[in-house]
Design a binder for this molecule. Structure first.
Ligand SMILES: Cc1cc2nc3c(=O)[nH]c(=O)nc-3n(C[C@H](O)[C@H](O)[C@H](O)COP(=O)(O)OP(=O)(O)OC[C@H]3O[C@@H](n4cnc5c(N)ncnc54)[C@H](O)[C@@H]3O)c2cc1C
Length: 303
């Protein structure tokens, strides 16, 4: 109980302190910071490690405590959620706010240089160029940028037979405190967002570390899910599996949360590799890059 109270106090302080205070704390691996906060081995191994493995995509919790603290801050202050029309709703919202024809898709950029962007099928001249690619592609386009190390994940999607009930209809994240198989977390997605299933079948997603999608691994995933969710999984239809080698840029300490976005000569860079490895980090970096580009063009930016 004392350990839970210590963790609650730790998370609460992350949520209440100013961001600069959070980032002023000495950086160290998340595992070390949690143990130093007095979290005992049981709470650490059975709850925090399984949960944070799914957030950091690495089980040793070597990730920077600065990212841990910002993550806890968000979890205390906000509520995990999914858009009703899927994750694509976020880029669609951004696109729809722009004049028609602003966004071109399916035209990979092959070269950028100050003032010019060359893509398949043409080129553009611009006084400011923002490269908003993932860290590896950004470093190909701009060799001065270092490519990040990546943490990998595979997401498996299953559909249950009609009439199956999972976790009593709750859309909760299910963890295995015994880490008795490859699944790091699972969720009955359509319990959380009914529109993710067209009928009474349940859409279940499960994540595993790495990119193995082989048949034997699938069998281990099914067996593990059966133990975690307490229901037979042999008849579940697997409708998709997505191995993502470049899922999250690793954030090892000492971790610089805000990396430069202005590269000089009208060239800017944005993406989660400039801030934290998250949607929030990607959006903050986009705003920082946009502000920097506007300033370089002499446009007044209202903070
Ligand atoms: C399975 C999974 C689950 C996740 N869950 C969460 C979560 O719950 N919460 C959270 O905050 N984060 C989550 N993340 C992390 C989050 O998705 C990323 O941090 C975020 O998408 C990074 O955004 P970005 O714009 O920096 O890069 P990206 O989303 O990678 O976008 C970069 C874009 O650039 C394009 N591109 C690359 N090269 C070129 C080129 N040469 N020409 C043209 N286009 C190019 C790519 O096609 C891509 O569309 C998750 C990631 C994964 C893989």
């Amino acid at each position: 109980m004392a350990s839970k109270a210590r963790f609650a106090r730790y998370a609460w302080s992350c949520s209440r302190d100013r961001i600069d205070e959070v980032l002023d704390r000495e950086d160290k691996p998340a595992s070390v910071a949690l143990r130093a906060a007095g979290i005992d081995a049981r709470l650490f191994d059975r709850v925090l490690r399984p949960f944070l493995t799914g957030v950091f995509l690495e089980p040793e919790l070597r990730t920077s405590r600065h990212f841990l603290d910002l993550t806890l801050r968000s979890f205390v202050r906000g509520r995990p959620s999914l858009p009703g029309s899927g994750m694509r709703a976020i880029p669609y919202q951004l696109r729809d706010a722009l004049p028609d024809g602003t966004v071109t898709v399916g035209s990979p950029v092959r070269r950028v240089a100050p003032g010019i962007v060359e893509y398949d099928g043409g080129s553009l001249e611009a006084r400011a160029v923002i490269v908003a690619a993932d860290g590896t592609n950004a470093s190909t386009l701009i060799p001065a940028l270092a490519a990040p190390q990546w943490n990998s994940v595979t997401t498996w999607y299953f559909v249950t037979p009609a009439g199956t009930t999972i976790t009593d209809g709750l859309g909760v994240l299910v963890l295995d405190g015994d880490a008795s198989g490859p699944v790091i977390n699972a969720v009955a997605l359509s319990n959380a967002v009914a529109s993710y299933s067209p009928d009474s079948r349940v859409l279940v997603s499960a994540s595993t570390l790495g990119t193995d999608t082989g048949t034997e691994h699938l069998e281990r995933v099914r067996a593990h899910l059966q133990r975690m969710l307490g229901t037979p999984t042999a008849t579940w239809e697997m409708i998709g599996v997505y191995p993502i080698a470049h899922a999250l840029p690793a954030m090892l300490p000492p971790f610089e949360v805000r990396r430069p976005v202005s590269l000089g000569n009208g060239l800017f860079v944005a993406g989660d590799h400039r801030d934290t490895s998250s949607i929030q980090g990607a959006m903050v970096s986009g705003r920082r890059a946009a502000d920097a580009a506007l300033r370089s063009l002499g446009v007044r930016v209202i903070e």
